[in-house]
Design a protein around this ligand. Sequence first.
Ligand SMILES: C[S@@+](CC[C@H](N)C(=O)[O-])C[C@H]1O[C@@H](n2cnc3c(N)ncnc32)[C@H](O)[C@@H]1O
Length: 277
Amino acid sequence: MSSYENYTQTSVVYDHTRVPVGLEIITAALSSGSTKPDRQILLDAGCGTGIYTFALVDQVHRVEAIDLNRSMLLVARSKMRSAAKHDRIGFTQGSISQLPFETQSVDGVMMNQVLHHLPDQAEDGWPLHHQVLKECARVLRPGGVLIINSCTHEQLEKGFWFYELIPNARTAVMRKIIPEKELDALMCGVGLTLNDRLVELDGVLQGESYFDAEAVLDYAWRKGDSIWTLASDQELQTALTQVTELAAKNQLQSFMQRYDADRPALGQTSFSVAIKN
Ligand SMILES: C[S@@+](CC[C@H](N)C(=O)[O-])C[C@H]1O[C@@H](n2cnc3c(N)ncnc32)[C@H](O)[C@@H]1O
C-alpha cells in the first residue's frame, strides 16, 4: 500500500492524465538482457492501472503484473480484456516486498514510480527498499534486467512547474526518494550491477495535460500526481487561490513557463538499469 496516497480513489481517474514515459528506454534495457525480449517474462512490480504493461506486453512473451491495490488492478485488468493480450498477462494482488513468484523465474522486472510509496525510513538505511530490491533480485534469472523508474531530487526541484505552488509537499516527497548513491549501494548488496541511468527528456508523466495550467484546479487532474496528497489543506488552498489569481491576471502561462524552464534539459524521471549477477 502507498504510505500516503489512496489508490482506491485514485484508480478512477489515474488514466485521465498518466502516460507511460520512457518506453524506448525500457525496451532497450530489456534487449540488453540475456534472453531475447520476445521470450522474456516481465514483471511489472506496482503495475497500477497497467499503463506500462499495456504498452509493452506485445514485445515480450508474458507480463506478470502485481499491485497491492485491488482497484488499480481492476482497472488494469479491464483494459487488457482483448484475448490476445489477456492470455499473456497474469494479474496478482500482492506486495512487491514479498513477491509471490518462484526464485529465478523472470527475465525482467520494471518498477515505475513505485519506490517512493514505500513507508520507509531513510534514517534506518531504507530497510523496505532493501527488502523490495532483494525480492527483485531473487525472482530475476542471472543476466535478467531490473529497471527502476523514479524521480531524482533535482528533477523534483526543477522538473515539475506546479511543485512551485506546494513547496512543503515537494520537501515531503523528496524525503521519500532514495538518493541515487544509496540506491546503487542497495542494488549492489543484493547482487545487482548498475548498468546505466537514463532520462527521457521529452516525456512528462501527465502527458499533454501537464501543460494545461488551469487544470490544477481540477481534482481529477491533481489525482494524476500523488504529491498533492502530501500538501496540507492550507497549502492546497493557498495553491488553488494563487492559480485562480494568476489566471485572472493573465499571468498563469508565464508562471508555468518560468518554472518549467529547466525541465526540457533535466526530464522528470530517471531509469536505473541493473543486471542480475
Ligand atoms: C504511482 S503508482 C504507479 C503505477 C504504475 N507503475 C505506473 O507507472 O503508472 C504506484 C503504484 O504502486 C503500488 N504500490 C505501492 N506500494 C506497493 C507495494 N508494497 N506492493 C505492490 N504495489 C505497491 C500502488 O498501489 C500504486 O498502484
